[in-house]
Design a protein around this ligand. Structure first.
Ligand SMILES: [Zn+2]
Length: 319
């Protein structure tokens, strides 16, 4: 069986069973060569559509917009203006925050038709529905590409990274946040072992990348790693068993009658709006807990990458 990440053909070990909907159970296979685990068979488009429904977009729009405003300061330090892309931008409040606080042009891609409609109509943003490849961006277009928790949801992560590489400018920056797969898969495995029934891959994760696989995949696409950070350390320590888990942790992994069936009307939450100082405090407190480097005890990894010089040279030769 072929590994979708490193291409190794050795037999893959099934570590547990998992599912997205009631209809189909998947094995979670682990590649011994790169350490990545993934749902097998890979989910179909129909299965993913059923899983996501409309209830996946539960977020605090005020917090996202404020976060965009803070991010805009970082972008302005890079350049007065440029092209910014948020892959998997949801309803686009983060993008709106950047647009309002800078002269950068902002763009987004998003799978959910409802979220795209909202971003276009309510926030007047250029957000395109579907895969990055179908979005019609020309090569070397973006100065900064931001991707928060997307790579673990796509069915061909290697191809996805190649497309990001194509649309990023030679001196552009690619920032991605991705779960630490080895920690992320741990509770699915534990649930299956203790409950003797498949755990729901509750956030729709298909791939569980190891640190090694992530860095290899990026470097083989032509990226060079500029900075790495470990995030969500306390949650990672809970998963690893160093801190106690919440008593009811299994609830999120339990497949219920409603799982994936719910198609509620699309209406983003209207949370209480706090002062800007409150959101700034939360933003900086969250970031202050990040640690430099990629550590196995964190639940999420932040990686900042650029294009490597040799990759640029290769591109020029190909033309
Ligand atoms: Zn592999």
């Amino acid at each position: 069986m072929h590994c979708f990440v490193c291409g190794n053909n050795d037999d893959k070990r099934s570590i547990c069973k998992s599912c997205l909907t009631k209809e189909l159970t998947h094995d979670i296979l682990t590649c011994e060569s790169c350490g990545t685990s993934f749902l097998y068979p890979l989910p179909s488009v129909a299965e993913l559509n059923e899983f996501y429904g409309n209830t996946y977009y539960d977020f605090d729009k005020n917090k996202d917009e404020h976060g965009g405003g803070i991010f805009a300061k970082k972008l302005k330090r890079i350049s007065k203006t440029g092209n910014f892309l948020d892959i998997g931008c949801s309803t686009g409040h983060f993008l709106k925050g950047i647009k309002d606080k800078s002269d950068w042009q902002v763009f987004g891609t998003e799978f959910s038709g409802n979220a795209v409609k909202y971003a276009k109509e309510k926030l007047e943003l250029d957000v395109r529905q579907g895969d990055l490849k179908e979005s019609g961006f020309t090569e070397n277009y973006f100065d900064y590409i931001h991707m928060n928790n997307v790579l673990e949801h796509v069915t061909d992560p290697v191809l996805f990274l190649k497309e990001i590489f194509r649309v990023l400018k030679p001196k552009g920056t690619f920032e991605l946040l991705v779960p630490n797969g080895e920690a992320d898969v741990a509770l699915l495995k534990r649930y299956f072992e203790e409950e003797k029934t498949p755990a729901k891959s509750k956030d729709g994760h298909i791939f569980f990348f190891s640190k090694k696989a992530l860095l290899n995949m990026l470097e083989q696409t032509g990226f060079k790693i500029i900075k790495t950070k470990t995030c969500s350390v306390s949650r990672g320590l809970r998963v690893a068993g160093y801190l106690p888990l919440k008593k009811n942790w299994k609830e999120a992994y339990r497949l219920t009658e409603e799982s994936g069936k719910e198609k509620k009307d699309f209406s983003p939450r209207e949370p209480k709006k706090h002062s800007g100082a409150y959101y700034s405090y939360r933003y900086f407190m969250n970031n202050s807990k990040n640690l430099p480097g990629l550590h196995s005890f964190g639940l999420d990894f932040l990686i900042v990458a650029g294009k490597s010089r040799s990759a640029d040279a290769q591109q020029k030769v190909r033309r």
